[in-house]
Ligand binder design. Structure first.
Ligand SMILES: *Cc1c(COP(=O)(O)O)cnc(C)c1O
Length: 382
């Protein structure tokens, strides 16, 4: 750690409790230092219990889970996969791993997530050309549920299976049901900055026992049932370590508490800063939606303030406070320069107007005051 890191306020640092170390110590004492063992089984059980999913496969990352999920859905070379433009690149990279082509869909303003109208356009165009997409990936950005009712109805109407990237949305709910369980396959991430962490890790959930078995098989090098090393299919080394799963077990005990705290942080920022002219906060919850408020995002309105999100970011930096731009839309990424996109103006505007504030669940009142003070310094004219 550098000396200036001591009072640095990070965007979303890991927040451990007391029980992680017990699980980790036990793994080491019992010599389960491998991608197999009781913590791994327990972590998968914990995730099933919390979400209500029937099966869970713990993996090295959320990206690996998306990759296996797409392969389970039969996505391969030449296929198209619909995907929101407004998301982290890890949502779309596995489409390329499978040799398939992403097609990006704009956001809608209410939840910032995939827009049902643009989605219908894409599906109708696919149907018209007689090449429906092989899968639809949905994302709940910053923990906010996407418009699930409309989107699932569209997917059903056109017969396109849904992979639900709930990497940012563990602990969020839609009409009382935990996110991650709405798609045929759901994905969670336990990366260092997510609401819970195993340092790095992910999980795939599904109600299909056969798919869970298949995912585990591919994740452990696809070894055939033979006394020697025989392989008929392509596999990967994607299984989570039993040591890291121990961190995950301790973290899962804290999930409800972490969601509560992130929601309080969002509410605090809103209460203390929303009156500043030109400043507003990320999406309100539509009726029936319950967000884990993974990150609190603000928006600056250029009609009301000359301060830009980047000026604010640099100002916070001088106070040793980390903030980050919203995800840069994928249709604007050089990597995807040739990709077809349905709309894109809505998420582009969110990107140019937004900034994510420190939102870690270990933040104190003094930390929040510090961020608010620094925001006011720049945005409130003396
Ligand atoms: C973090 C994240 C991922 C990837 O998860 P990793 O565990 O980091 O591989 C995928 N999609 C979204 C929306 C994410 O935020």
């Amino acid at each position: 750690m550098r000396s200036q890191d001591y009072d640095r306020l990070f965007l979303s640092p890991p927040h451990l409790g007391r029980h992680e170390l017990n699980y980790v110590s036990k793994a080491i004492e019992d010599n389960w230092v491998a991608p197999v063992g009781p913590n791994l089984d327990g972590f998968e059980r914990d995730i099933c219990e919390f979400t209500g999913a029937r099966h869970c496969v713990a993996l090295t990352s959320g990206t690996a889970a998306i990759h296996l999920g797409l392969r389970l859905l039969g996505v391969g070379p030449g296929d198209e996969v619909l995907c929101p433009s407004f998301t982290f690149v890890a949502t779309a990279n596995p489409i390329l791993y499978q040799g398939a082509t992403p097609v990006f869909i704009d956001s809608e303003a209410e939840t910032w997530n995939i827009c049902p109208e643009r989605l219908r356009e894409a599906l109708e165009a696919g149907k018209h050309q007689n090449r429906l997409p092989k899968a639809l990936i949905i994302v709940h950005l910053y923990g906010m549920p996407c418009r699930l009712r409309e989107i699932l109805a569209l997917a059903a109407e056109f017969g396109v299976p849904v992979l639900e990237d709930a990497a940012e949305a563990l602990g969020s709910r839609y009409e009382g049901q935990p996110l991650g369980t709405f798609g045929t396959i759901g994905v969670f991430s336990f990366n260092g900055n997510k609401i819970l962490t195993t340092s790095g890790g992910g999980a795939l959930v599904t109600n299909s026992a056969e798919w869970a078995r298949q995912a585990r098989f591919w994740a452990t090098q696809a070894k055939d049932d033979a006394p020697y090393y025989q392989h008929s299919e392509l596999g990967y080394n994607y299984r989570l370590s039993n040591v890291l799963a121990g961190i995950g077990r301790g973290q899962m005990e804290l999930l409800e508490d972490r969601v509560k705290k992130r929601r309080e942080i969002y509410a605090w920022y809103r209460q203390h800063l929303a009156a500043i002219p030109g400043l507003s906060f990320g999406p309100l919850e539509p009726v029936g939606s319950h967000s884990n408020r993974w990150l609190t995002c603000l928006l600056l309105n250029p009609a009301e303030t000359t301060v830009t999100p980047d000026q604010l970011r640099l100002h916070l930096e001088t106070r040793n406070i980390e903030s980050r731009p919203l995800w840069k839309p994928l249709h604007l990424q050089p990597l995807f320069a040739d990709v077809t996109s349905y709309g894109g103006e809505v998420c582009t505007e969110l990107f140019t107007r937004g900034l994510c504030l420190p939102s870690g669940s270990a933040m104190t009142d003094a930390d929040l005051q510090r961020v608010a003070g620094a925001v006011r310094e720049l945005l409130v004219a003396e």
